[in-house]
Design a protein around this ligand. Structure first.
Ligand code: HEC
Ligand code: HEC
Length: 477
C-alpha cells in the first residue's frame, strides 16, 4: 500500500494547486482613470444639523461612529474616491457606486443588483444615507455585519459583487498614481492598509446626511423634538399641500397608519430590525438566520426612508416596484408572521394583522407625503458625487423607470423616464443592424417622438447617459 501514498499525495496537491489557480483569477493591473478633486477639501466633518436633529435627546446614542473613526475631510475624500473606483473590483468593471447610485438615493433601480461578472446579488441594494444613526450599529438587511467598518470590506471580497482578494487589492491600489497621496493626507503616511480602506469608506458613508427636503423645510417651522416625540407632527406644515399634510397625519397617527412607530421621525431610521408582514413563512429568515434566534426569524433592518421616492424597488427582496404597492401592502396585505411587529397588529401581541381600510385619496396622500422626503440637493451634491472624469458606472434602467407608449405606434410615441435631477440623457432609435436612425439629447423627463421617419417594422429605442442605459423594443405599424 505504502508505495501508492506518494503518487496520490503528489496528484492531490497538484490538483489542489491547480484548482486554486483556476479559482483565483490573475490580478489585473489598475487603470489610472482621470480623477478630478477640488483644490480645497470639501466639508464632511462639520455637517450642519438642523435644530430638530441636533436637539434630539441623546443623539449620540443613535450614532454608531466608533471612537477611533471620527470623520475627517481628508479620509472621507479618500472614501469617496474608493467608493467610485472600478479598480476595487476584480475585472475593473464596477465600483460600490455601480449598485449605490447617488441620483437614486444610493440604491440602484434593479430588483437584485448585478455584480462584476453579471451575477445577481441575493437581495435588493440599500439606501446608504443616515447609516450613521442606526443604534444597533449592524449592517445589511439581515444585520450580518457587526459594524460599518466590517461591512465595507464585504462587498469587495464577495464573489458575486466585486470578487477581489484584499491583499491583491492593496497591491493594485498601490500601483495607481493617486492613492499614495490620498492615504498620506488622510492617515499621515502613504501606506495602504485594509484597515485604512475600511475606515475611509465608512467615514464617507457616515457623512451622507440630507436635510434639504420639502419635509425639512416644513419641519423647520415647527418647534419641538422629533425622534420619538410625536407632538410636533400633529400640526400641519405650512409649505405642504393639503394632500401632503393628510399623508403626514396618516404616517404619524397611531390610530391610522402608525408608520412612525417603526420609521421614526425625523431621521426616518427604524430603531432596530422588525417584521412587517411580507409573508407568513419566509424563505429568507433575515436576522434570525444569522443569530439562530427563533424570535428574530423574518426580521429585517430597514434603511432610512429619506429619498425613498427614488430608491425602489422596495423591501429586502425588491418585491414592490412602486410606493403605491408598498402602501397597499400596509393597507391590506400584512401577513400574520409569528414575529410580526405588534405595531401592525389590531391590538398588540398575538392579535391579527391590522387592515387599514384607507380610501384611494388617503393612499395617494400617504405616497405624496413619502415623496416630501426627497432631497434633490443631496442627490446631486458634489461631496457625494463621482470624482472621476470618465464614465465609472453603467447602470441598467429598469422598465418601470422608463416607459414608451403607445407601443406599437404609427404617428408618434411618448417616452417618460425618472429624471428628478434633470440630468442630461440621449434618446436614440436604431435598427437591427445597430444603425442609429434618430437621436436627441434632453434634460426633460418626458419626450414625444413625432414619427415622420420610420417605416413599419421593429426598432430599438435606447435611453442613456454616462451612468445609465435602458433599451426598449419599439414597433411601428
Ligand atoms: C453588486 C452590487 C453592489 C456593490 C458593488 C456594492 N454593494 Fe453595497 N449593497 C448591495 C446590496 C444588494 C446590499 C444589501 C445586501 C444584503 O443585505 O444582503 C448592499 C448593502 C450595503 C450596505 C448596508 C447598508 C445598511 O444600512 O445596512 C452598505 C453600507 C453598503 N452596501 C456599502 C457598499 C460599499 C462601501 C461598497 C463598495 C466597497 C458596496 N456596497 C458595493 C449591493 C452592492
Ligand atoms: C413594525 C414596524 C413597521 C411599521 C409599523 C411600518 N413599517 Fe415600513 N418597513 C418595516 C420594515 C422592517 C421594512 C423592511 C422589510 C423588509 O424588507 O423585509 C419596511 C419597509 C418599508 C419601506 C421600503 C423601504 C425600502 O428601502 O425598501 C417603505 C416605503 C415603508 N416601509 C413604508 C411604511 C409605511 C408607509 C408604513 C405605514 C403605513 C410603514 N412602513 C409601517 C417596518 C415597519
Amino acid at each position: 500500500m505504502k508505495k501508492w501514498k506518494f503518487p496520490i499525495i503528489a496528484f492531490l496537491s497538484f490538483f489542489l494547486l491547480n484548482t486554486t489557480l483556476i479559482l483565483k483569477p490573475p490580478l489585473l493591473p489598475p487603470t489610472n482613470p482621470c480623477l478630478e478633486l477640488p483644490d480645497e477639501y470639501l466639508n464632511y466633518q462639520d455637517i450642519e444639523l438642523p435644530p430638530y436633529i441636533g436637539n434630539i435627546p441623546n443623539l449620540d446614542v443613535f450614532d454608531n461612529t466608533p471612537a477611533n473613526n471620527f470623520i475627517t475631510n481628508e479620509a472621507a475624500t479618500l472614501g469617496r474616491v474608493l467608493f467610485y473606483d472600478k479598480n476595487m473590483s476584480a475585472n475593473n468593471t464596477i465600483s460600490c457606486a455601480s449598485c449605490h447610485l447617488q441620483e437614486f438615493g444610493f440604491t440602484d433601480t434593479l430588483q437584485l443588483s448585478q455584480g462584476f461578472e453579471g451575477g445577481s446579488t441575493g437581495r435588493n441594494s440599500m439606501n446608504l444615507s443616515h447609516a450613521k444613526y442606526y443604534e444597533p450599529a449592524s449592517f445589511f438587511w439581515d444585520q450580518r455585519a457587526a459594524t460599518l467598518e466590517d461591512q465595507t470590506l464585504m462587498p469587495i471580497q464577495d464573489l458575486v459583487e466585486m470578487g477581489m482578494d484584499l491583499d491583491d487589492l492593496i497591491l493594485k491600489l498601490e500601483a495607481t498614481d493617486y492613492y499614495p497621496d490620498l492615504f498620506e493626507d488622510a492617515f499621515g503616511s502613504n501606506i495602504l492598509t485594509v484597515d485604512r480602506i475600511s475606515r475611509a469608506l465608512a467615514q464617507f458613508i457616515r457623512s451622507m446626511e440630507s436635510y434639504g427636503s420639502k419635509y425639512d423645510e416644513g419641519r423647520a417651522t415647527i418647534v419641538g423634538p422629533g425622534q420619538g416625540g410625536l407632538a410636533p407632527f400633529r400640526l400641519d406644515f405650512p409649505n405642504f399641500t393639503s394632500q401632503e399634510n393628510l399623508g403626514k397625519s396618516i404616517f404619524y397617527d397611531p390610530e391610522i397608519g402608525n408608520c412612525a412607530s417603526c420609521h421614526t421621525p425625523d431621521l426616518f431610521v427604524a430603531p432596530g430590525p422588525r417584521n412587517n408582514g411580507l409573508d407568513v413563512v419566509y424563505d429568507d429568515n433575515g436576522v434570525g438566520a444569522v443569530t439562530g434566534n427563533l424570535q428574530e426569524y423574518g426580521l429585517f433592518k430597514v434603511p432610512s426612508l429619506r429619498n425613498v421616492e427614488l430608491s425602489g424597488p422596495y423591501m429586502h427582496d425588491g418585491r414592490f416596484e412602486t410606493l403605491e404597492e408598498v402602501v397597499e401592502h400596509y393597507n391590506s396585505g400584512v401577513q400574520n408572521h409569528p414575529n410580526l411587529g405588534p405595531q401592525l397588529r389590531v391590538a398588540g401581541p398575538n392579535s391579527p394583522p391590522k387592515v387599514l381600510n384607507l380610501s384611494e385619496d388617503e393612499k395617494m396622500a400617504l405616497v405624496a407625503f413619502l415623496k416630501t422626503l426627497t432631497d434633490h440637493n443631496f442627490l446631486s451634491d458634489d461631496r457625494w458625487s463621482d470624482p472621476f472624469c470618465e464614465i465609472t458606472s453603467t447602470h441598467v434602467i429598469e422598465k418601470n423607470k422608463f416607459q414608451v407608449y403607445p407601443n406599437p405606434f404609427t404617428q408618434g410615441t411618448q417616452v417618460d423616464f425618472v429624471n428628478p435631477n434633470a440630468v442630461q440623457y440621449n434618446l436614440r432609435i436604431f435598427d437591427y443592424q445597430g444603425k442609429v436612425l434618430w437621436e436627441v439629447t434632453t434634460i426633460d423627463n418626458s419626450y414625444y417622438i413625432q414619427n415622420d421617419f420610420l417605416l413599419p417594422g421593429i426598432y430599438f429605442l435606447q435611453i442613456d447617459n454616462d451612468n445609465s442605459k435602458g433599451i426598449e423594443k419599439i414597433v411601428v405599424q
